[in-house]
Design a protein around this ligand. Sequence first.
Ligand SMILES: O=c1ccn([C@@H]2O[C@H](COP(=O)(O)OP(=O)(O)O[C@H]3OC[C@@H](O)[C@H](O)[C@H]3O)[C@@H](O)[C@H]2O)c(=O)[nH]1
Length: 432
Amino acid sequence: MTASSVQSIRTLDKNGDEITSVGFQRFGFDCEVPLDVVRSLYLRPHYVITASDDETHGVDTREEDDHARFTKGYSAYQSKSIYHPQSQSISYTTLTRFPPVKLLPPSSRKRVLVTGGAGFVGSHLVDRLMLLGHEVTVLDNFFTGSKTSVSHWVGHPNFELVRHDVVEPFMIECDQIYHLACPASPVHYQFNAVKTIKTSFQGTLNMLGLAKRTKARFLLTSTSEVYGDPEVHPQPEDYWGHVNPIGPRACYDEGKRVAETLTYGFHNQDGVDVRVARIFNTYGPRMNPQDGRVVSNFIVQALRGQDLTVYGDGSQTRSFQYIHDLVDGLIALMNSSDTRPVNLGNGDEFTILEFAQLVRDIVEDVQRADGVAAPRRVNIVHEGLPKDDPQKRRPDTSRAKSSLDWQPRWTVRMGLEEMVRYYKAKMAEGSL
Ligand SMILES: O=c1ccn([C@@H]2O[C@H](COP(=O)(O)OP(=O)(O)O[C@H]3OC[C@@H](O)[C@H](O)[C@H]3O)[C@@H](O)[C@H]2O)c(=O)[nH]1
């Protein structure tokens, strides 16, 4: 399938301009990559074809067309694994060609460690750093991360995947450390609260020790949850937060707060070069559909024709940022000189009830675009509100704008459309 033989899908930004690439040049660090290239890594990276009923008759070309509409021919280097719907099995081929990566001179090539690099955010960061030509080592214990999120890089000379839990020390020579490792969804981080706080504290301590020894720059991914159930709206970085220290979310909220304290301890005491990103709700492909977060829950429910579960009356608000905007922000922050905490999030705020209606509409739109004449309209039902669920959340991103020249480009609609297509493909594959 060639790029020219299929109609491509246009993705527009907040100003109505077409998005053709992600990333930008900031602080002498170029992180721009064509959108089709990054997309080709998560929209069905493992297989391109589905075997037809009679397997001797080859593949479903319509599916191949659908895929090519997004990846515009960048699938040449992907594995051509074959899904067999009848036996629900998949034949993987070994990857022998990798996506082309930039060839950087040693002076600009960084040795980057990404803890939690097989997770949702981590894997997108890894994709970007790899495409940009850096040497990337991923540490992950695969508690919530998945090997398949980064398996398309395994074997690449610039890439290393290590199964390791950050609560144990780890030694490596590196220039930059993106410290992401920690379960992040309420369902996962409450599964073993003691382990979550241990990961936040001991894991950050270990990685800061490594940064101190190697003189690497260290970036902590903190969270909007440090603001708790905020009494200030929107939340600027100098707001101290409103956290219940013994509630069900405390293992994560307080864990990240102490991780920030440790980070600035090492900075002030030992001169470690640190960055702190406070990440607000983020969504995108590779989000674990089982992690109970609202975006994945709603999309998967709508695609399966099930009711959307709004917790409480749905008047609580969240602001959702798309993964590519976050990765842009993380890379910009790492390479900037700002050592203060910086909020990274999208300011478009929705009540959860409005958001359920939006997701339902978008899923129907995508189904119509894919030829379903009358998609089934799912209902919205209400369930109990979890304890200490924050009532309002929206980032004040003026610091990121002035200090990093960063602001989100993706509309929630555009991001959701892409994510719906990702989950649709996972369902077609049989892995969801
Ligand atoms: O099926 C669902 C799931 C969730 N929700 C509601 O949707 C809102 C968002 O819930 P999520 O679980 O997606 O995320 P939360 O905002 O609670 O926590 C998130 O905050 C920021 C990040 O650091 C973390 O990834 C995560 O902890 C909550 O009000 C929740 O009660 C539903 O109404 N229905």
